[in-house]
Design a protein around this ligand. Structure first.
Ligand SMILES: *[C@@H]1O[C@H](CO)[C@@H](O)[C@H](O)[C@H]1NC(C)=O
Ligand SMILES: *[C@@H]1O[C@H](CO)[C@@H](O)[C@H](O)[C@H]1NC(C)=O
Ligand SMILES: *[C@@H]1O[C@H](CO)[C@@H](O)[C@H](O)[C@H]1NC(C)=O
Ligand SMILES: *[C@@H]1O[C@H](CO)[C@@H](O)[C@H](O)[C@H]1NC(C)=O
Ligand SMILES: *[C@@H]1O[C@H](CO)[C@@H](O)[C@H](O)[C@H]1NC(C)=O
Ligand SMILES: *[C@@H]1O[C@H](CO)[C@@H](O)[C@H](O)[C@H]1NC(C)=O
Length: 450
């Protein structure tokens, strides 16, 4: 009975729900599969178009609703891929749970640079685009959650290196398991280097490919998804970054799956910093905030929706993490972006220690090259954004007006307290960068080593 409200939501969200429930129907019925989205066992995604999903969903929408959440327990999962089962570190799957403009690209690099980690940058982008194109604007909680079943299934498949599951969501549909439409393919080192990309290059050029996403796409040609899956299997570990899962509780089914060995790094950032960064980046959505900043007057129709969503999602997730329920134990680490920006090497060591993985020299080198430690910009212009994001974690303090800061921190007060971000009461406090607004936090799950 606990799933009945969900059923109501699904039915109410007519067309979206049909697409979504169709996927669940498939997941629960391996024998009648046309479209094994998220079905880790098959490894082949065939003929799964949105049209098919819709058509099939309309035939028996009620069936999938009846199944509800328990279908997940019927999904067969293959044994974990373990190349050195008796010996080396257990295969670990890492999920970076983040939100936009919270520093997640930077954290992703801490895994992307590791030679034994297969890293994927935001694969759920394709799920969102295929199922819920309007989602980016949507603040409707129910709508946001509609996508989650599909997203979880896909994550499970991807961690198991069944990359072909992703093909079902890519538009246009890849043919011959080959596509040039994978979102930000160039952000994944494994997808830009041999054997996935065999372009013969000199050493210098090779590092160019690795540092420049556009260059990777240009030189490597369409992505051979089968080769990418091989590359995934050849690595000891896999990491995925996403800004499309709202809360840690949405991942419970994956975290509790013992064959997945999933560890989640939740990245959080001061919502005032997220706001300042989004105002620069998402100029249309945050148009009224820019107007406020320019004129000094708060537009009467200013919408706090987006920032409220960030604060609510963070608050729920972090409260849950701090409560340390048994199912999260040893599987959840909370990382404040500000801590990473201030102590990149130390926090990265803690991160790897939590994951139980050896920190590779190349990760440390990358950090040294791309944080404040280095001032040589000339040869590595392409990393400027990354470098800035690390150095400028607190530059919102000079970018937002005092009024905007007060307005935001009032809306997010409980979260600021929970995460240890100080409220400011005077413009002088706000602008005085020698006065830190970040309290120390060293208790679990901010620091977790077990
Ligand atoms: C999938 O599509 C191909 C070509 O479009 C077709 O030959 C094949 O029979 C289809 N498979 C299924 C299971 O419908
Ligand atoms: C364990 O790993 C070491 C070095 O990585 C290797 O030399 C050894 O053969 C491995 N042992 C087994 C049983 O796989
Ligand atoms: C798929 O690959 C086969 C063999 O490599 C080739 O003959 C065919 O033209 C390819 N199809 C497409 C649509 O690229
Ligand atoms: C992708 O790689 C596989 C394995 O090497 C190969 O058999 C296949 O032909 C490649 N596909 C394309 C489209 O190049
Ligand atoms: C770091 O910078 C040095 C010197 O520019 C370069 O040789 C090295 O390859 C860089 N390492 C990484 C991981 O970026
Ligand atoms: C800035 O903050 C520091 C540390 O709290 C304090 O010592 C200093 O007096 C402040 N400066 C001004 C101008 O308020």
């Amino acid at each position: 009975m606990q799933c009945s409200w969900k059923s109501m939501v699904l039915l109410a969200l007519a067309s979206i729900a049909i697409q979504y429930t169709a996927i669940r129907t498939f997941s629960s019925k391996p024998l009648s599969l046309l479209c094994p989205v998220g079905l880790a066992t098959t490894g082949h995604a065939v003929n799964c178009s949105l049209r098919d999903l819709t058509r099939l969903g309309q035939v028996r929408p009620e069936e999938s609703v009846r199944g509800c959440d328990e279908v997940f327990s019927h999904i067969p999962t293959p044994p974990s891929i373990s190349l050195h089962s008796n010996n080396a570190t257990k295969r670990t799957h890492i999920l970076i749970l983040a939100t936009t403009r919270s520093g997640s690209s930077f954290v992703g690099q801490l895994f992307n640079q590791h030679p034994e980690v297969f890293y994927l940058f935001e694969p759920l982008y394709h799920v969102q685009l295929a199922l819920l194109p309007r989602l980016a604007q949507s603040r409707n909680l129910a709508e946001r959650r509609v996508m989650l079943g599909a997203a979880r299934d896909l994550l499970r498949s991807l961690f198991h290196c069944h990359l072909s599951s992703l093909e079902s969501y890519i538009r246009p549909r890849p043919s011959n398991h080959s596509t040039d439409k994978l979102f930000r393919r160039g952000a994944s080192r494994s997808l830009c280097s041999p054997p996935v990309c065999e372009v013969p290059l000199g050493l210098e050029e090779q590092s160019l490919v690795l540092s420049d996403e556009g260059e990777c796409v240009k030189r490597c040609g369409p992505l051979n998804v089968s080769l990418a899956a091989d590359a995934c299997r050849a690595k000891h570990h896999a990491a995925i970054k996403t800004v499309r899962i709202p809360q840690i509780s949405d991942l419970r089914a994956l975290i509790e799956d013992p064959r997945l060995n999933l560890k989640v790094v939740q990245l959080v950032r001061d919502p005032r910093g997220i706001l300042a960064s989004r105002i620069e980046t998402f100029r249309d959505t945050y148009r009224l905030w820019r107007l406020w900043r320019a004129t000094g007057h708060r537009p009467h129709n200013l919408d706090l929706g987006q920032i409220n969503t960030v604060c609510e999602d963070f608050l729920r997730s972090v409260s849950l993490g701090l409560a340390r329920p048994p199912w999260l134990r040893g599987r959840y680490m909370l990382l404040r972006y500000e801590d990473l920006a201030r102590f990149p090497l130390q926090k990265t060591r803690e991160l790897y220690s939590f994951l139980g993985l050896p920190l590779d020299r190349s990760v440390e080198d990358w950090i040294i090259n791309n944080t404040r430690g280095s001032s040589d910009l000339s040869s590595r212009q392409k990393f400027t954004t990354v470098r800035d994001s690390a150095a400028n974690a607190e530059n919102w303090r000079v970018k937002l007006s005092f009024d905007m800061v007060v307005y935001t921190q009032t809306a997010c007060q409980p979260l600021l307290e929970l995460l240890g971000y100080k409220t400011v009461f005077q413009a002088r406090e706000l602008r005085n960068l020698s006065y830190s607004l970040v309290e120390d936090r060293t208790a679990p799950p901010f620091f977790l080593n077990n």
